[in-house]
Design a binder for this molecule. Sequence first.
Ligand code: ADP
Length: 338
Amino acid sequence: MSREKILSNHPNPQDDDPKLRPSRMSEMIGQRKVIERLRIAIEAAKKRNDVLGHILFDGPPGLGKTTFAHCIPNEMNVPVEFLAGPSLKAPKDLVPSLTNLQSDQVLFIDEIHRIPKAVEEYLYTAMEDFRIDLIIGDGLHARTHNVTLKPFTLIGATTRAGMLTGPLRDRFQIREHLDFYTLDELTLIVIKNAAKLNVEIDEPAAYEIASRSRNTPRVANNRLRWVRDYAQSRADGVITLDVAKSALQMAQIDELGLDRQDLKYLETLIRVCMGGPAGAETIAATMNASADTLVDEIEPFLLRIELITRTPRGRVATAKAHAHLGTGGDRGGLFSDS
Ligand code: ADP
């Protein structure tokens, strides 16, 4: 039984992927340097018979932050509890987790940039000295008790490292940034995960799925699940290159990995806003979406693959975007028949 299940009253709220998630670092693909550094820290802590230092992971969604938080406790052979930053509204929300810690346990806080200031400050002494102040009673009868905690490792994950305050960031002894995966790494993940899902896949098909998965394992898993469903419902259950291509085409995921939302964004920018510059609010209003969705979920990938640029006057579609959508000259192209 994996140790995290010991805390069965604290299921990981993030884990929508238990079947595909590696549980040991040796099963993880890519992130070699990060894994190497973590192995050294883990080995040294074990040799010293000491608790592992607090670790902060930052990087875009779906790259393995939560996966590390599953693997590290398994390597240390300690239990883990998973908390979501947004659910920690006041210090009292953190108290049960801190006072019930087992020695050397891991506490994982996802989206740690979203905890309020008061919770963050409460964490300072917990992280640094393994103690907290507990206020017991109300009003005149309130008493402060200084409580010593069991030594523990805090693992924080954030998609927005810049939003973390300096004092919190500095309390993490180990800080790791997770980067995007290469096509070869992602192809390997697709092949391994197809086996875990008990579906046969050939290598060109795995490569095709990987190449449309934005260098992100979570996206690759989602695409693979869809292609598996398609193969089982429309073909003989085997994922060949043709099956993968047809499935992805049906889901309207193109060769660059763009999905319907991305294409709608580009259509709005190119056709409605004449290629830009256009502000996020303008594009969002036309798309009937929120500017936050655009900024957090759609634009990072379009910026990364250079289909748009951000200028002081707004977003601009690049020549690559026009070429990809066939809207170079008259800007009719792709959209004229859609
Ligand atoms: P994050 O917490 O950064 O949003 P996750 O750790 O939840 O991302 O990763 C999403 C999924 O991608 C995992 O469930 C796992 O299946 C897969 N994954 C992530 N990183 C790796 C890796 N290095 N090797 C293999 N699979 C991975």
